[in-house]
Design a binder for this molecule. Structure first.
Ligand SMILES: *[C@@H]1O[C@H](CO)[C@@H](O)[C@H](O)[C@H]1NC(C)=O
Ligand SMILES: *[C@@H]1O[C@H](CO)[C@@H](O)[C@H](O)[C@H]1NC(C)=O
Ligand SMILES: *[C@@H]1O[C@H](CO)[C@@H](O)[C@H](O)[C@H]1NC(C)=O
Ligand SMILES: *[C@@H]1O[C@H](CO)[C@@H](O)[C@H](O)[C@H]1NC(C)=O
Ligand SMILES: *[C@@H]1O[C@H](CO)[C@@H](O)[C@H](O)[C@H]1NC(C)=O
Ligand SMILES: *[C@@H]1O[C@H](CO)[C@@H](O)[C@H](O)[C@H]1NC(C)=O
Ligand SMILES: *[C@@H]1O[C@H](CO)[C@@H](O)[C@H](O)[C@H]1NC(C)=O
Ligand SMILES: *[C@@H]1O[C@H](CO)[C@@H](O)[C@H](O)[C@H]1NC(C)=O
Ligand SMILES: *[C@@H]1O[C@H](CO)[C@@H](O)[C@H](O)[C@H]1NC(C)=O
Length: 890
């Protein structure tokens, strides 16, 4: 990244001498002249060329740039970087400080790569094809590239009925529709997470799957854009981008294993961060806990209902006048809040509070976070560059930290140290960051944020009286670069992306696109990075509080690469069945493609009122979200799991399953962190040759081998789900279940159960039983479940460490393999788990065994039981889990 100058020149109005038209007919764009190739140089792994406008400019949304520079680099054997820039200007590029670029392997050349770049010289068009088969994966043939100051267009042909996944964040189907589809990239506060709309985060990556292989295409660009997929005149995918440069990474993926595409994408944006073990426990939250007693009572009620609550959360209710880094002295007095945190910690439970980016604009002085930020000069500035940009958010008129200022991290870290000080403040265990699109309630044009704040009654008045400040706790007294935008119209580029915010203006209900950053960048280019930059700064601030320990930071807005630092929730959904269903595509997108695996939707739904049966079903589905949190809006009826008997029972049942699987999913997160192997899998990742799996987004694999098939219709006690031709086992009865490669109807599924199956071929390290906290869980013995595939084989692994350290002093890695009736357990047991393997259960054993041996010694018959109906052979061991062993049955 070249150094950036300080501030932008005043923006000039678009030159009136140019005549532009608005083109919507794709044929018009295809009639543009495109470019012809000159000065082609190839050396080793790179190809460079000049692209010169090939005819009369078509100036669709601005004037065509006359000459471009093409740079193609074979970065690895599976990755080609194709970059097209305007050498005559300093156009914006996503800063390396936000998305560091991956290293290239210098030994790679075009002759070793699995995918190749090919081009036609005039008009310039390029394609990417598989070297082995010459199959074309991406081709701009007959769709000229258009490159203008505020409009870039690249269009590729696709096969008919293309299977395209990604291009999120969205609530569309996991496999994107190919007819008349526009995916818009522009972060917005998208209440209700509507389908077909731009949402909070932006991940301009797609995977395309064919029966011949899976590949990936990543456009590293943070400007607003529409990606259009259509199949009316042949199928195609078209990028329409309103700034920046064309910076493509093509990933070969694999012809056999779709997961390779995910691993290769992790090489660019980073593999996901590991999270603390405890963060896989149940989280409870709501907007609208009125005071500290409400919070305390919820904690006590979970315990009374025997539902394991690991982490309690509090939304903005705790703040004084909705100002971050404050507590309301009447409703949430600091001393009483500290008592709650102490109580939680002494019970091995945890606490998380919300922090928003917007800071109350209180120039009168006295509000430290504003005063210190002003002193440090770290606010996002208005277009005039002399005063902070003002919005209207929860506390009224606000300023916004500029994450590009090199003093903002210190500021943010210091605010976290002060307010979340374990000695004198609130010792939170994780951070929750919201409203970071950034959201403002002010419609564009936001001429008077003061009036707007007043009209909206910001901050909102309290709706209840303060509680007794000395009320007893429910648990009694127990102690526990300079960028050139001259000539551009930032507010109203001629190509208008389909932003769904209010009027559709880019600046609607967010920071203005002409707001300025410290390093000379403008919000027009960096808008989509705001949430991800706040994420990194918050991760760093939390790390400074507890050096060396993994952080749990849950954000709303993300950009490509966010998962390397933080997790996310899917935003403000509704308590309805559509949102219950589309949450699966949402978590699959984040976990299996975008590499933000610590993800979940608000269980039982955020806005509007849930129902007993929806909440019961959602508690059970939500137990298979990596991040499991019940969260609710301020005006909705309460929905803590203990409030209805059915929901409480559903939660107890499924939390038992989730907790037993916790080391399995913890191991999956470790693997993801090591090499980008996803922690959730759509069915087609596991059955890439079975076209029936390609559209499925109401079932998914939790980890590699746990198939979750929730009931998806209201009032229904059955589900029609697809079972590939493979061997499965019911998770509860452990009985075999043959998939036939067809839809099968599972019936009699009451409101306290959910169909869960083990994919044949797995050895699962399960805890013996669920517990009330993850700390207790870690003291519970393991059992191994051996679930063979059709050829009688199975394998698996376990990773264990202290559960909290970024670089643990010791760790344990165990591998399990099973064939010919013998289970072999081997590994390095550096971390002492201090528990036993209590038993091994072999599934699909068709007849009673004659002998069972452990480490070659015959096991006493009293330690063996065999159930003919379920075909389960159960061998009691009670062997310390600190070395390898074998168990053999015949
Ligand atoms: C192009 O779009 C702008 C903004 O929507 C509009 O004002 C103008 O009339 C349109 N021009 C044509 C030729 O359609
Ligand atoms: C490269 O593109 C040219 C022009 O489209 C085509 O004739 C040629 O077959 C392509 N080469 C490969 C290896 O696909
Ligand atoms: C395409 O989608 C747009 C936006 O949703 C809609 O207005 C339009 O009617 C659709 N066109 C067709 C041909 O379906
Ligand atoms: C898809 O094609 C149809 C028919 O040409 C057109 O009406 C529609 O606008 C196109 N949709 C998109 C998203 O490009
Ligand atoms: C921080 O930014 C300022 C202004 O952009 C610059 O003068 C200063 O050298 C930077 N400091 C560091 C430590 O990078
Ligand atoms: C939710 O229930 C409450 C209490 O019964 C009611 O006041 C509110 O209007 C309901 N909300 C919706 C969106 O139906
Ligand atoms: C489910 O049952 C409730 C209560 O009988 C009823 O109000 C609702 O309409 C039913 N929903 C569906 C989708 O049938
Ligand atoms: C399974 O059922 C779904 C939903 O009805 C349907 O779309 C799909 O085509 C069916 N799959 C097979 C293999 O029959
Ligand atoms: C619900 O179904 C499960 C699994 O079949 C069964 O164990 C449980 O007893 C049932 N619960 C009720 C209340 O019928």
């Amino acid at each position: 990244m070249r150094p950036l100058g300080r501030r932008l020149a005043t923006l000039a109005v678009l030159s009136a001498s140019l005549v532009f038209a608005n083109y919507t007919d794709p044929n018009v764009l295809d009639a543009c002249p495109g470019y012809k190739t000159t000065n082609v140089h190839t050396s080793g792994s790179t190809l460079t060329a000049d692209l010169v406008l090939a005819g009369e400019a078509c100036n669709v949304y601005g004037s065509d740039i006359e000459q471009l520079k093409l740079e193609v680099t074979y970065e690895t054997n599976t990755r080609i970087h194709v970059k097209i820039t305007d050498p005559s200007s300093d156009r914006y590029e996503v800063p390396e400080s936000v998305v560091p670029r991956p290293d290239a392997d210098p030994s790679v050349s075009s002759s070793t790569a699995e995918i190749r770049f090919n081009y036609t010289a005039s008009p310039f068009a390029f394609s990417i094809y598989r070297a082995a088969t010459h199959e074309v994966l991406f081709s701009t043939a007959s769709h000229p590239i258009i490159f203008e100051p505020q409009y870039l267009r690249v269009k590729t042909n696709l096969p008919d009925n293309a299977n395209i996944y990604g291009l999120g964040e969205h609530t569309d189907s996991f496999r994107l529709p190919t007819f008349n589809t526009t995916r818009t990239f522009w972060s917005r506060d998208a209440y209700g997470v509507p389908t077909g709309s731009n949402l909070y985060g932006n991940h301009p990556i797609y995977f395309e799957h064919r029966t011949t292989g899976t590949h990936g295409v990543f456009l590293l660009n943070s400007n607003g854009m529409d990606v259009k997929i259509n199949d009316t005149a042949g199928t195609s995918l078209e990028y329409n981008v309103i700034g920046g440069v064309l910076d493509f990474y093509f990933l070969a993926g694999s012809t056999t294993d779709p997961v390779e595409a995910a691993r290769q994408y992790a090489e660019i944006v980073g593999a996901p961060a590991e999270v603390p073990y405890w963060s896989f426990g149940l989280h409870q939250c709501r907007f609208g806990y009125q005071n500290y007693l409400d919070v305390a009572n919820v904690i006590a009620n979970y315990s009374k209902a025997d539902i394991p609550l690991e982490t309690m959360w509090t939304d903005i209710d705790y703040m004084y006048k909705r100002r971050i880094f404050t507590v309301d002295p009447d409703y949430f007095p600091l001393a009483r809040m500290r008592e709650i945190v102490d109580y939680l910690h002494s019970n091995d439970q945890h606490y998380v509070l919300m922090t928003d980016p917007a800071i109350a604009y209180l120039p009168g002085g006295g509000y430290g976070p504003f005063d210190r930020g002003t002193q440090a000069d770290i606010w996002l500035m208005a277009a005039n560059d002399s005063s902070p940009f003002l919005g209207a958010v929860w506390p009224g008129v606000t300023v916004f930290p500029d994450w590009f200022s090199n003093k903002t991290q210190d500021y943010w870290t210091n605010e976290f140290q002060l307010f979340y000080d374990p000695q004198s403040g609130l010792d939170i265990d994780g951070a929750w960051i919201d409203m970071n699109e950034p959201s403002s309630f002010c419609n564009y044009p936001c001429t008077d944020p003061f009036e707007q704040a007043q009209e909206q009654d910001l901050p909102p008045a309290r709706t209840s009286s303060p509680p007794d400040p000395n009320a007893p706790m429910p648990w009694g007294s127990q102690k526990r670069k300079r960028v050139d935008h001259s000539g551009d119209d930032l507010q109203n580029p001629l190509y208008a992306i389909q932003n769904d915010a209010g009027s559709g203006a880019l600046s609607d209900r967010t920071a203005y696109v002409d707001a300025k950053h410290a390093n000379g960048l403008v919000e027009y280019d960096t808008h989509n990075l705001y949430g991800t930059m706040m994420s990194t700064a918050t991760h760093n601030a939390m790390l400074a509080r507890r050096p060396g320990l993994r952080t749990l930071v849950i954000t709303r807005s993300t950009f490509a690469g966010a998962g390397a630092h933080v997790g996310k929730w899917l935003g403000d959904n509704f308590s309805d069945w559509d949102h219950y269903r589309n949450s699966i595509a949402g978590i699959l997108g984040m976990a299996s493609i975008f590499h933000v695996p610590m993800v979940g939707a608000d269980i039982c739904g955020y806005a509007e009122n849930t129902t007993e049966t929806l909440c019961a079903r959602w508690a059970m589905l939500g137990a298979f979200y990596p991040f499991m949190r019940n969260h609710n809006a301020d005006t909705s009826i309460s929905q803590e799991f203990y409030l209805w008997p059915t929901v409480a029972q559903a939660a107890r049942n499924v939390l038992d399953i989730r907790y037993r699987l916790m080391d399995y999913i913890y191991t999956a997160f470790h693997q993801a962190h090591e090499d980008g192997t996803p922690v959730l899998n759509p069915l087609w990742y596991k059955y890439p040759e079975d076209p029936a799996t390609f559209p499925i987004d109401l079932q998914f694999f939790f980890g590699d081998s746990i198939l979750v098939s929730p009931v998806t219709e209201e009032n229904s006690t059955s589900v029609t789900a697809y079972f590939p031709k493979d061997t499965f086992y019911d998770f509860l009865t452990l009985a075999p279940f043959e998939g036939t490669g067809a839809n099968m109807t599972l019936s009699g599924i009451n409101f306290t159960s959910i169909p869960v199956h083990i994919k044949g071929g797995a050895v699962l390290p399960l805890r013996e039983k669920g517990t009330m906290t993850t700390t207790q869980l870690r003291e519970t013995d393991f059992e191994l479940v051996v679930a063979p595939d059709a050829s009688g084989e199975a394998s698996g692994s376990l990773y264990a460490d202290d559960g909290v350290s970024i670089t643990p002093a010791t760790s344990t890695s165990v591998s399990f393999s099973y064939q010919n009736g013998t289970l072999a357990v081997a590994g390095e047991f550096g971390y002492s788990m201090g528990v036993n393997v209590s038993r091994v259960r072999f599934l699909g054993v068709v007849s009673a065994p004659t002998t069972v041996k452990a480490n070659g010694q015959t096991v006493q018959s009293g330690a063996i039981s065999y159930d003919k109906d379920s075909q389960v052979l159960d061998v009691t061991l009670d062997t310390p889990f600190n070395e390898g062993f074998t168990v053999q049955h015949s």
